[in-house]
Write a protein that binds this ligand. Structure first.
Ligand SMILES: Cc1cc2nc3c(=O)[nH]c(=O)nc-3n(C[C@H](O)[C@H](O)[C@H](O)COP(=O)(O)OP(=O)(O)OC[C@H]3O[C@@H](n4cnc5c(N)ncnc54)[C@H](O)[C@@H]3O)c2cc1C
Length: 419
């Protein structure tokens, strides 16, 4: 182990956020070290639904959502579950979450989300250029399925927020839908298409390929666990399983695990682990050309390199609690409703942890009073799409370049509990 090596910037967490930070820092000439206890890109960043949308600007908490929550929680096959042991952590978070869904807050949050997702496809293409794996990000539409044609209504607030950001949106009939996606059941009478976006053919492989690029550009990629961060003169020292490491600057991009490293510096945040599941159909017998979402059941299904992946659901529970594979398996029945000819014989379940803050926005910035310590976590449902711009912002901050956007919506102090 290179116990005494000195990096300009050490990034803790090699999920897609940490990896994008590393690449953008390298573009600015920084020597980076990327550390993960596991292989790069294999946490939440591996198992997600692969949606890369420059138009993901609709927060999770929206006006009127509170009326639907009891029904969602009571339905065992519903999209939301809370483990009883997690209630003490979840309930105060849920109050803030519902508050973030007030009509007057939603437009501000949406604009701040839009700023983080807008250039995502272009930046991914640039990061992948020259790797030989450019095809892993495919041009795609986002097809929102409706059983009831009347519900496909562009006057809904979510659609108005996307339209305000310039998203190319179109309503199509059931027949038109089946010209675009022939395998989708005739039960769906309409769809709303969001055009000009992309999807990942294998989110995990994008992470692995881009981590290889970090290495090829001279970065260090280490597999070890970081236990503690400490000031060390002008820089930082990191206590790891492999010994002490030094770094001029540090970025915490450890997803749902980030707070453990920051609490010693007074950082207190309502960050919860919002676990999601996917079910992979290894030999699906059907394919989709786009990311497809069942608006009512709230999950996304998409053809990937490994098969067809259906991903979604929110389960609030400790990050390391045992997965409830039934939540992944219920996606078989639900996906079959979309794709009646789907072969469900050969499947694989997966669970991963979204790092979720109440307002659907991450924390990106320097920790107050701790020069050279930056945060890049809390991307909840949108981390694949927000990672490229997060990386750019972090690289600007670490090199003293004023970022050309207002960072206050992503501030660590916005929840008011910092000391
Ligand atoms: C089912 C599901 C579907 C989703 N679909 C989409 C989608 O379609 N589009 C989208 O944009 N987003 C989606 N998301 C969200 C997205 O996957 C996450 O927001 C994103 O992956 C978070 O990335 P991250 O790098 O912050 O975290 P992670 O991928 O969790 O990476 C954090 C890394 O930090 C490492 N780490 C933690 N602590 C330490 C430590 N002490 N020392 C060393 N290493 C450490 C972990 O091992 C991990 O690899 C989805 C999420 C889920 C669960």
């Amino acid at each position: 182990m290179t116990a005494q090596t000195q990096a300009d910037v050490t990034i803790v967490g090699a999920g897609i956020v940490g990896i994008c930070c590393a690449l953008s820092l390298q573009e600015k000439g920084k020597r980076v070290r990327l550390i993960d206890k596991d292989a790069p890109g294999q946490g939440a960043s591996h198992g997600n639904a692969g949606v890369i949308s420059p138009w993901s600007c609709v927060p999770q908490s929206m006006p009127g959502l509170w009326k639907k929550i009891p029904g969602m929680l009571l339905d065992p096959e519903g999209p939301v579950a809370v483990r009883p042991a997690y209630l003490p952590k979840f309930l105060p978070w849920a109050v803030r979450f519902l508050r973030a869904g007030r009509a007057d807050r939603v437009a501000e949050i949406s604009a701040a989300m839009a700023a983080l997702v807008r250039p995502n496809v272009d930046i991914y293409r640039r990061h992948l250029a020259g790797t030989g794996h450019e095809h892993l990000v495919q041009a795609s539409w986002y097809v929102h399925l409706y059983r009831n044609a009347a519900a496909a209504d562009l006057n809904g607030l979510g659609w108005r927020l996307r339209a305000a950001e310039g998203a190319p949106i179109e309503v199509v009939s059931g027949d038109e839908l089946r010209e675009i996606e022939p395998c989708v059941s005739p039960d769906y009478q309409a769809a709303i298409l969001v055009k000009d976006q992309a999807r990942a053919l294998s989110p995990g492989r994008i992470g692995a390929v881009l981590a290889d690029k970090v290495r090829a550009l001279g970065g260090e990629v280490l597999r070890t666990r970081v236990h503690r961060l400490q000031r060390d003169g002008d820089g930082w020292s990191l206590a790891t399983d492999e010994g002490e490491l030094r770094s001029a600057q540090v970025v915490t991009a450890a997803g749902a695990w980030s707070l453990g490293l920051l609490e010693p510096f007074g950082v207190r945040l309502p960050l919860v682990s919002e676990r999601g599941y996917h079910l992979l159909f290894r030999s699906p017998g059907v394919t989709l050309a786009n990311s497809v979402v069942d608006v009512e059941a709230k999950f996304v299904t998409s053809s990937m390199e490994m098969g067809l992946r259906s991903a979604g659901t929110a389960e609030f529970a400790r990050a390391d609690a045992k997965p409830n594979d039934a939540r992944a398996r219920m996606l078989a029945k639900q996906t079959k409703r979309i794709l009646p000819d789907l072969d469900t014989a050969d499947t694989e379940e997966w669970m991963g942890v979204r790092p979720s803050l109440p307002d659907s926005l991450p924390c990106i910035g320097e920790v107050p009073g701790q020069p050279g310590l930056f945060t890049a976590f809390g991307h909840s449902h949108y981390g694949l799409g927000m990672a490229p711009m997060t990386g750019r912002i972090v690289a600007d901050l670490a090199t003293g370049t004023p970022p050309n956007l207002d960072l206050s919506p992503y501030s660590l102090t916005r929840f008011g509990r910092f000391h």
